[in-house]
Design a protein around this ligand. Structure first.
Ligand SMILES: NC(=O)c1ccc[n+]([C@@H]2O[C@H](COP(=O)([O-])OP(=O)(O)OC[C@H]3O[C@@H](n4cnc5c(N)ncnc54)[C@H](O)[C@@H]3O)[C@@H](O)[C@H]2O)c1
Length: 210
């Protein structure tokens, strides 16, 4: 069972499970049932049980799933062992904060190049990361074999830049803009909305703390 390849649809749900398990773990919860998880992540419990059945021993049900073991397992599956270079587009308020964050300290992920239209930013090194002009984006992405980009530019330019990212070979976009991006089916878009995240947190406070 453990060595069976995980279906694509299950793999896509892993980050979702991972995020909620992390919140549960941080709030001190040690076990969770598929029904409880189902309510929180809005995936039906039969699907959750089927997904978890791919994870061998970890997926045993009956007494509830062990939160810490699942979290550890999913974390390892999601980051794997290789280093992933990421591009960041838009070194403004949010983009600068992400450059400072330094993902590589926790994961095998690092932002290796940043891009912006502002002349006073281009050519500078911000928190150890070079900022290139947009005209160099495609070339840098190819040279550095970057497949993932973080989009932190104003919404009105998002689709245009997403098209250029796709043409340069980007396969995954973490989209912080409010735009629902149109991309070909082989480009995965993960949209992040901090308001949603806060609402999720509040949901957990109301349901899982005594
Ligand atoms: N999803 C969320 O939770 C969340 C939270 C905060 C901000 N945002 C969004 O993130 C984006 C950035 O917000 P901000 O506060 O950092 O804005 P900002 O104005 O501080 O920064 C935007 C940066 O993008 C650059 N830029 C503009 N057009 C560009 C283009 N075509 N190509 C490359 N760079 C370009 C600008 O020069 C600037 O440096 C906005 O779309 C905002 O709505 C989302």
């Amino acid at each position: 069972m453990k060595n069976k390849p995980i279906p694509r649809a299950t793999a896509k749900r892993l980050p979702l499970y991972y995020r909620y398990l992390k919140v549960l773990f941080d709030s001190g919860k040690t076990k969770i049932s598929s029904t409880e998880l189902s309510e929180a992540v809005k995936v039906d419990s039969a699907t959750i049980r089927r997904d978890f059945s791919y994870f061998g021993e970890l997926g045993k049900r009956g007494y509830g799933y062990d939160v810490e073991s699942l979290l550890d397992f999913f974390g390892r599956m999601l980051t794997e062992d290789r280093l992933t270079n990421v591009a960041l587009i838009g070194v403004g308020n949010l983009g600068s904060a992400l450059l400072k964050y330094g993902f590589h300290q926790n994961n095998n992920i690092r932002i290796s190049a940043a891009f912006d239209v502002k002349e006073d930013l281009v050519g500078r090194i911000v928190d150890g990361i070079p900022v290139y002009p947009m005209d160099d984006m495609a070339e840098q992405i190819r040279q550095q074999q970057i497949e993932v980009a973080i989009l932190t530019i104003p919404s009105e330019n998002a689709q245009d830049v997403a098209n250029k990212l796709y043409e340069a070979g980007i396969r995954g976009i973490m989209n912080f803009t409010r735009v629902r991006l149109n991309t070909p089916s082989n480009v995965h878009v993960q949209s992040i909305d901090l308001t949603n995240e806060l609402q999720t947190l509040i949901y957990f406070l109301n349901h899982y703390t005594d």
